[in-house]
Design a protein around this ligand. Structure first.
Ligand code: G3I
Length: 316
């Protein structure tokens, strides 16, 4: 991967009592994303009361294991405490609240975070802006403001806009392109766009929600990369209807292969992160009823065919 000019293969991590996970991280990954620990509800549950013990554990783990740390996430409508989302702040005060949060987190993890997801999931499926306290109070300029504030407190960390369903090269992808242009039009830096890649591993790539064919994945990357930013996959998981069968696992392996290939085929794709390690803990069954088995290791930490498919895609 590095020989081919890419910088990381990562996993979302929840530090838990599972001895196989650190071993796997050590063997297979050089980057990690804290799955929940750096989100607003975990780090600033009430105004100016920062609870960073848990987030610190992830930063320490990354340092100790020489991993890149993909820090997730600063400005998001979800996992946002009510004191922010229903605080009734005016424009100026809300920007102050945002700056106080960004300043604390970005300064504390300066030199440890390789990348920050600065703004997460600001778009609706049709590419318009999602209703949120940020957009409703500040308007679209909440996005360049957030990026400029992160840069103010860390001159080096890479700044990402991150969203899901950008992989289809459709209206939502065009929305992400518009965001890149918007940020730049304010004279503010953005390093890249994160494509989450929470997709279904259907045999037919055109099925709704399925991982699209490779050409579409590449075109979706180009939509933003051609604006002069890097692109990455930030949260890959390719779910199936459970229970898994040999046939479905084969289809999933092929989907992992084409997702990986699409990154390697696009020069500006710098790396990929899978959203977890074992199927045992994936968020999918809790949200998509009857679906799951979306990751590279099964519930017993055995490598699945998807692992070989992903590796094949990486090696080309
Ligand atoms: O920590 C509490 C625990 O104290 C409580 O007993 C338990 C009861 O439900 O909940 C625990 O919190 C859960 C948290 O994960 C930590 O496990 C929340 O309920 C649960 O909603 C939360 O889910 C996370 C989800 O984001 C929330 O939106 C998932 O783990 C996490 O994988 C998921 O990740 C998101 C990315 O951040 C953004 N992109 C989409 C992706 C998938 O939804």
């Amino acid at each position: 991967m590095q020989k081919r000019g890419r910088s990381f293969i990562g996993a979302a991590v929840t530090l838990r009592d599972e001895p196989r996970e650190p071993e796997i991280i050590h063997q297979d990954f050089n980057s990690m994303t804290p799955e929940n620990a750096m989100k607003w509800e975990s780090t600033e549950p009430s105004r100016n009361n920062f609870t960073l013990t848990d987030a610190d554990r992830y930063a320490e783990f990354a340092k100790k294991n020489h991993l890149q740390l993909h820090c997730h996430t600063l400005v998001w409508h979800s996992q946002l405490p009510l004191w922010v989302s229903e605080g009734g702040f005016d424009n100026k005060t809300l920007i102050g609240v945002m700056e106080n949060h960004i300043k604390k987190l970005v300064t504390r993890y300066r030199g440890v975070c390789t990348r920050w997801d600065v703004v997460n999931e600001a778009l609706n499926e049709d590419g318009t802006y999602r209703k949120s306290v940020w957009y409703d109070t500040i308007g679209e300029s909440f996005i360049p403001i957030a990026f400029s504030l992160v840069r103010k407190y860390d001159k080096k960390v890479q700044l990402f806009y991150n969203d899901y369903n950008l992989e289809y090269n459709n209206e939502k992808t065009a929305g992400a392109k518009r965001i890149v242009k918007l940020i730049k039009s304010h004279g503010v830096e953005i390093d890249g766009v994160g494509y989450q890649a929470h997709l279904a591993s259907e045999a037919t790539p055109t099925a709704p929600g399925a991982a699209p064919d490779q050409k579409t994945l590449e075109a979706a990357f180009h939509a933003t990369a051609d604006e002069g930013v890097n692109v990455i996959y930030t949260e890959i998981d390719l779910r199936m209807n459970t229970p898994a069968t040999a046939d479905k696992l084969k289809v999933q392996a092929a989907a992992y292969e084409r997702v990986a290939k699409s990154c390697l085929a696009v020069k500006r794709c710098m790396g990929m992160t899978v959203w977890g390690i074992s199927d045992k803990y994936s968020w999918i069954p809790g949200v998509f009823t009857g679906e799951g088995a979306a990751l590279l290791w099964d519930e017993n930490y055995n490598k699945k065919p998807a692992y070989a498919g992903f590796l094949k895609g990486i090696r080309g």
